[in-house]
Write a protein that binds this ligand. Structure first.
Ligand code: FE2
Ligand code: FE2
Length: 306
């Protein structure tokens, strides 16, 4: 349930409660103190009309909130389906990224639940966060099947970085073309915040002294909600843990701690309104999820066929 709806429901409940208290007081006065029949009728009918009017007013005035919530909820449910045409296209055109996306969505929605954030929105946002990679899928490591990296054919690291960064702007365009709601577009736009494509930045620094960090940064903005910050963290963590061979629980813990520290120090989580307690809950959830997905499997002995 989103925050606006939660506040709307709480406000309506409070107003209805206050209304009922006043009506009960009027009824009690009527019952014990008033003897005149006309005054009695007025004291029953007038508060009844007033309370009915007040409740009707609050239902009418808060109905756009409910209507908007239900519309968004229905749209999110449609987008959550993996048989949505855009998700099917995603799975065909960038299968590696699609697989990464499903893992990020599972890790993120579980983490969102631990801090009472909107887990449906988090899951849907995670599904579409990298949709822009379908424009040039081969430039992203998760879609490269051979040992040959296509970036090796590009001499200028700045150009490589720009291709990587473009998946954000391409994603926003694709999302708009497919009429995705702004709540989901925000995940595409903000999931890298203003971070740096560090691999190509470091590579460029080695080759030239004129390297400008600004040329290797994502345009941002930084995540503006807890839900988007969760996807940012889960995205970084999934890629980092996946790149390790046979990560242990200790390795996973270290990766999670380092990633959270790095994003916090860079200020990427500044606008996400996450408290220290919530970050600690997210940390625990990420470690549990990643450990369940990537932990070392027990090696069963092969059956002796001789
Ligand atoms: Fe991305
Ligand atoms: Fe991603």
């Amino acid at each position: 349930m989103n925050k606006t709806l939660r506040y709307g429901l709480i406000l309506t409940a409070i107003i209805t409660g206050i209304n009922l208290v006043f009506y009960s007081i009027a009824f009690a006065i009527n019952l014990f103190l008033v003897e005149n029949i006309t005054t009695r009728i007025i004291l029953i009918v007038f508060p009844a009309i007033l309370s009915g009017g007040l409740i009707a007013y609050f239902i009418v005035s808060s109905s756009p909130i409910f209507r908007e919530y239900l519309t968004t909820f229905r749209r999110l449910l449609r987008l959550e389906s993996l048989s949505h045409p855009l998700m099917v296209r995603f799975s065909h055109e960038a299968p590696g990224t699609y697989h990464h996306t499903l893992t990020v969505a599972n890790i993120s929605s579980r983490a969102a639940k631990t801090i009472n954030a909107d887990s449906l929105l988090t899951r849907v946002g995670a599904y579409y966060h990298d949709i822009g990679k379908i424009v040039q899928p081969d430039f992203f490591v998760e879609n490269q099947s051979s040992s040959q990296n296509i970036h090796d054919q590009i001499e200028n690291p700045e150009e490589s970085a720009q291709i990587i960064i473009n998946h954000v702007t391409n994603g926003v365009e694709i999302a708009k073309e497919n009429h995705l709601p702004q709540e989901v577009i925000n995940f595409i736009q903000q999931h890298h915040g203003t971070s740096t494509v560090s691999y190509f930045y470091e590579k460029s620094k080695q080759d030239s002294q004129k390297t400008k960090k600004a040329d290797f940064k994502y345009p941002g903005p930084k995540p503006q909600s807890a839900e988007i910050a969760i996807v940012m963290l889960a995205d970084t963590l999934e890629a980092a843990v996946r790149s390790e061979s046979d990560p242990t629980l200790t390795d996973i813990r270290e990766i999670v701690n380092q990633a959270i520290e790095q994003k916090t120090n860079e200020g990427q989580l500044d606008n996400a309104a996450l408290s220290a307690k919530q970050i600690s809950k997210l940390r625990r959830s990420f470690i549990e999820s990643l450990n369940a997905i990537f932990h070392q499997r027990i090696q069963y002995p092969k059956e002796n066929t001789k």
